[in-house]
Design a binder for this molecule. Sequence first.
Ligand SMILES: NC(=O)c1ccc[n+]([C@@H]2O[C@H](COP(=O)([O-])OP(=O)(O)OC[C@H]3O[C@@H](n4cnc5c(N)ncnc54)[C@H](O)[C@@H]3O)[C@@H](O)[C@H]2O)c1
Length: 329
Amino acid sequence: MLVTGGAGYIGAHVIRRLLAAGHDLVVIDNLSTGHRQAVGDVPLVVADFADGETLARLGEEGAFGAVIHLAAHAEVAESVAYPERYYRNNVVRSLELLEWIRQAGWGGVVFSSSAAVYGEPAAIPITEDHPTVPTNPYGETKLSFERALAAYDHAHGLPFVALRYFNAAGADPEGGIGEDHGAGESHLIPLLLRAALDDKATVKIFGTDYPTSDGTAVRDYVHVCDLAEAHVQALALLEKKESGFFNLGHGEGFSVREVAGVCALVSGQRIEATEAPRRPGDPAVLVASSRKAREVLGWKPRYPALQEIVGSAWDWHRNHPTGYSKASS
Ligand SMILES: NC(=O)c1ccc[n+]([C@@H]2O[C@H](COP(=O)([O-])OP(=O)(O)OC[C@H]3O[C@@H](n4cnc5c(N)ncnc54)[C@H](O)[C@@H]3O)[C@@H](O)[C@H]2O)c1
């Protein structure tokens, strides 16, 4: 199995779960936002995932049963400022990889897609047949690659599973791995927990005038270990040569203020927050229906409680206050 982006936050959790399920793995990652330490003992090739020479060399050692394609640029605000980077990495390079997979005859693709493909939801919870109208370049690039996967399947019979993650959060309670997006961190829970560890840090709440119970945006948080589990089930679907799109979320939303309250409770710390205007393209509410993943993949999330998700993230952050750099020293 080839895993792109296995040195990243979600990838590190996915490779541990795949190993436990008995898969042989090779990770390809250019470490642009990932960490060597996150990969553990899995063979790591440090390269761009679309590098032809590297893929040729890897292919000489045998065909891959499937490629799990997690690697991407994944910051919404950055995608608005630098769309060229996003189209190049998430679309152009990903298409080069896809064409390589087809020509090499590798088994299929599990793709890390996103709730960002939906844009502003017309109905909650969001089901997979909801219209896909992204509101930022990041979501556009995810949708473009999903469409390429569907077209390749139609034309060439290359099966794919696109997993549309909602908000990944938490950390493997036993793995010594967690979320470390460094200074570029944009996710709410790590920002809140880092602020809990640092008296001088404040967290911005973007938008306090949304039509929600407390005016702040509502999101669906899913434990990263539950996301990882879905990849094992996606591979089983690929083996049957079946394809599909699947939401991965809990079907329950929490507002920014509610999440801040749980982070303060779990950490036992006061967390400073300041109010800021809404960010363009940020919907008021994003909550998934994951019924299809439960019914077709047999996905059963093990960590539905937000407090548990935050608790596992807190364990990681307080034990690794400077992320992996501290862990390796
Ligand atoms: N974190 C979330 O809440 C979330 C939600 C929805 C979707 N996703 C998707 O899940 C995937 C993983 O997200 P993450 O949060 O773990 O991000 P991450 O930045 O921690 O991981 C991405 C990994 O890909 C690698 N990478 C990027 N471009 C590369 C390239 N050209 N060649 C080789 N390696 C490359 C990075 O070094 C990094 O290790 C992404 O595709 C992201 O869009 C994440």
